[in-house]
Ligand binder design. Structure first.
Ligand SMILES: Cc1cc2nc3c(=O)[nH]c(=O)nc-3n(C[C@H](O)[C@H](O)[C@H](O)COP(=O)(O)OP(=O)(O)OC[C@H]3O[C@@H](n4cnc5c(N)ncnc54)[C@H](O)[C@@H]3O)c2cc1C
Length: 298
C-alpha cells in the first residue's frame, strides 16, 4: 500500500543528502578526513581509546561510531579486540548487484524515472543467486532514468541511466569471472531489446560496478548492498543495535538496527548519536507525562 502511494525522491539527487549533512556538520565544527581507511579501533582497558588510520595517523577518543558493515568488526578487520563487539548470528548476505552507470541515448521505449524489465522466469533469478550462487541466467533489469519524471521526456542528446541487475554477494570468494559478467551483460541487453529498448553500450560512456567492486567499497560484505538478508520476521530482531559490548563503541548504518536503505541507515545514525549522548550525560531526562490510551502491563 505504501509503494502504491509512490516513492520519495530527494531534490537535487542523492548527493544532496551527503552535501547537506556535510555542510551542517562543518558548521558545527566537524573535521572530515577523506581518502583514508580506519584500520583499527583502539582499546585501552577494554574500552575504546582511539582509531588508527591507514595514513599512519592515530586519533585519541573515548567514543567511536562505526558506520561500516558490522561484519567487518566480527571478522577482525578493525582489530582482533573488536571481534566480539556485536556478534551477528544471521549470516546470510543480502543481494549484491552489477550496475552500469552511463550517459547514453536509448531508443524505442519511452523510459520514465523507474523502469523494471522482467524475463520469463522471475523465480529462477533468486534460485540462481541464493542457491546456485551465480549470476542470474534470466536477470531482471532495473533502470533508474535520472533525467526522467513519471511521464517520459525526450532527451535529444542523451541522458543519465543507472542499470542494475541483482547478483550474489560473492565479491570476496566465488567471484563471477569476466566472461560470466560479460554474458550477464549480453543477456540483460537482449532482454531490454526484446522489450523494445535499444541501448548500445558501445556508444555510451559507461562505468560498470561488480560485486568485487562493491566488496572493495564496503569491506567484509562480499558486495552485499543491504546488510544481512532479511528472510523472515525474526531476522529483523537479529540485527545489531547501536550499543555494542565494548564501552565507547557504537554502530550505525545499513547492517545495524533498523536495517538497510538510506532512510533506515539515517535512523540508525540518530539512534547511535542518541545512545552516545545518553552515555555522555548530554541527554535531558524527560519528565513524567500522562498520555491517554496505551496498554496496561501487569
Ligand atoms: C547500487 C545501489 C543501489 C541501492 N539502491 C537503494 C535504493 O534504491 N533505496 C535505498 O534506500 N537504498 C539503496 N541502496 C542501499 C543504500 O545505499 C545503503 O543501505 C545505505 O547507503 C547504507 O548506508 P550506510 O551509511 O550504512 O553505508 P554506506 O553508504 O555504505 O557508507 C559507509 C561508508 O563507510 C566506508 N567504510 C567502510 N569501512 C571503512 C573503514 N574501515 N574505513 C573508512 N571507511 C570505511 C565505506 O567505504 C562507505 O563509504 C543501494 C545501494 C547501492 C550500492
Amino acid at each position: 500500500d505504501v509503494e502504491m502511494q509512490g516513492v520519495w525522491a530527494v531534490q537535487g539527487g542523492m548527493i544532496a543528502i551527503t552535501q547537506t549533512l556535510t555542510d551542517l556538520a562543518r558548521a558545527k565544527g566537524v573535521r572530515f578526513i577523506c581518502g583514508v581507511n580506519c584500520d583499527e579501533i583502539l582499546q585501552r582497558n577494554r574500552k575504546v581509546s582511539g582509531v588508527r588510520l591507514s595514513n599512519g595517523e592515530t586519533i585519541q577518543t573515548q567514543a567511536v561510531i562505526f558506520n561500516g558493515d558490522a561484519m567487518a568488526l566480527q571478522t577482525g578487520l578493525l582489530g582482533e579486540a573488536n571481534r566480539h563487539a556485536s556478534p551477528i548470528t544471521q549470516t546470510t548476505r543480502s543481494l549484491s548487484a552489477i550496475t552500469w552507470s552511463m550517459y547514453a541515448k536509448p531508443h524505442g521505449f519511452p523510459l520514465i524515472r523507474h523502469n523494471v524489465f522482467f524475463d520469463s522466469d522471475y523465480d529462477s533469478e533468486f534460485t540462481d543467486i541464493f542457491y546456485r550462487k551465480r549470476l542470474p541466467q534470466k536477470p531482471t533489469v532495473y533502470i533508474c532514468a535520472q533525467d526522467q519524471t513519471d511521464t517520459h521526456i525526450s532527451h535529444l542528446a542523451g541522458e543519465r541511466l543507472l542499470c542494475l541487475v541483482n547478483a550474489p554477494a560473492t565479491g570476496d570468494h566465488q567471484q563471477p569471472t569476466l566472461s560470466e559478467i560479460e554474458s550477464c551483460q549480453e543477456k540483460s541487453l537482449s532482454l531490454l531489446e526484446h522489450c523494445g529498448l535499444n541501448l548500445s553500450l558501445a556508444d555510451a560512456t559507461v562505468t560498470r560496478t561488480t560485486p568485487q567492486d562493491f566488496h572493495r567499497l564496503f569491506p567484509a560484505t562480499g558486495g552485499a548492498l543491504y546488510g544481512q538478508a532479511n528472510h523472515g520476521w525474526m531476522d529483523t530482531f537479529r540485527r545489531p543495535a547501536a550499543q555494542t559490548a565494548i564501552p565507547g563503541l557504537y554502530l550505525a548504518g545499513g547492517s545495524a538496527h533498523p536495517g538497510a536503505g538510506v532512510p533506515m541507515a539515517a535512523l540508525s545514525g540518530r539512534m547511535a548519536a542518541a545512545t552516545l549522548m545518553g552515555h555522555l550525560g548530554l541527554t535531558k531526562r524527560s519528565g513524567r507525562v500522562l498520555i491517554s490510551g496505551g496498554t496496561l502491563m501487569p
